[in-house]
Design a protein around this ligand. Structure first.
Ligand SMILES: [Mg+2]
Length: 324
């Protein structure tokens, strides 16, 4: 390409620089635009930084406040680890109970007996509004029963179709022969109590029934968490069976997560998988190591952004926290 051709090409591809000061003004506009964007970005970062500082301060004070409340409620014995951690590890937002069950349950069995805490919905049963049962379940082999209740607790009557998980009756009967069985559900009493009455009509299966009002809300916003420490049982002999692992956020080493049940007649989890596993757990002096090895719930919560800390008395991870 000759010099004259190159000059012609440069001239034709840079029209803004051609002429008087039009190109200069365009360049200035671009510079101001870049500067404005940089200022906007810096301001945004600054605002987010201030917000994170305020959030951090709120969390630390909240955690310390809750620890103080727990400690006061337990006569000065409760959760010293949390209190210390809240003041020393300022980068951690603790997940602790804000709303707690009123009191520990009375012991109904030998303290060394295994305590199996069972979730209800999608673990033992699958429930649907009776007018909106999935079509594929209506023609299936799985039976269901109807409960008339007020699921919302506002007195509005409703009909709920409840599909028991296959093998449920035999599972509960056999389980209760070697373990204390506690029903712990996030369902409202208005719905869950009539369902539990059908599952355990004689009151011989469930040593206790806990409903939504007995779940807790953590400082990091996770609701309907089941705080097993409030049951008054040895954590070494307690296992939570739940299709929602976050129900056991506060005691990850006690969680046995299960596949969710939606009404499938072909499901065989209770008798073929869960009952044999629980029988093996019942023979162990401490269920937490086996549950940790088999399900690694602490690692799961860690991958979800939660930070766990070790209970100095047991060596197991017993509470979860969230990183800011
Ligand atoms: Mg559930």
């Amino acid at each position: 390409m000759s010099t004259s051709q190159l000059d012609l090409l440069l001239t034709s591809t840079t029209p803004a620089c051609n002429g008087a000061d039009g190109g200069f003004r365009e360049e200035e506009r671009v510079r101001w635009l870049i500067l404005a964007l940089a200022v906007w970005d810096t301001a945004g970062r600054f605002v987010r930084y201030i917000a994170s500082i305020l959030q951090l301060a709120t969390n630390v004070f909240s955690a310390a406040y809750v620890a103080d409340q727990l400690q006061a409620q337990a006569g000065g014995k409760a959760d010293l680890a949390l209190k210390v951690a809240a003041r020393q590890q300022c980068v951690i937002k603790r997940c602790r109970a804000v709303r707690a069950p009123s009191e520990s349950l009375p012991l109904t069995a030998c303290p060394s007996q295994l305590t199996v805490v069972l979730d209800l919905d999608e673990t033992l049963v699958a429930s649907y509004n009776a007018s909106r049962i999935p079509q594929h379940l209506l023609g299936g082999a799985q039976r269901f029963f109807i409960v008339r209740c007020s699921p919302c607790g506002d007195g509005t009557p409703n009909e709920i179709a409840v599909f028991p998980r296959p093998g449920l009756r035999a599972f509960l009967q056999q389980l209760s022969s070697f373990a204390e069985v506690i029903l712990y559900t996030a369902g409202n009493t208005g719905y869950a109590k009539p369902v539990a009455d059908v599952l355990d009509p004689d009151g011989t299966i469930f040593a206790a029934r806990l409903y939504r009002s007995s779940t807790v809300r953590t400082l990091c916003g996770q609701d309907y968490v089941k705080d097993l420490s409030r049951l008054g049982r040895s954590m070494s002999r307690t296992v939570l069976v739940d299709n929602d692992p976050f129900s056991g956020l506060l005691q990850p080493c006690n969680v046995l997560p299960t596949r969710a049940f939606h009404g499938e007649a072909s499901d065989r989890l209770l008798m073929q998988e869960l009952l044999p596993y629980l029988e093996r757990l019942a023979a162990l002096p401490d269920v937490r190591q086996a549950l940790t090895d088999d399900f690694r719930m602490a690692e799961f919560f860690g991958r979800q952004g939660y930070l766990l800390y070790e209970d100095p008395s047991s060596g197991f991870l017993t509470a979860a926290a969230s990183v800011l």
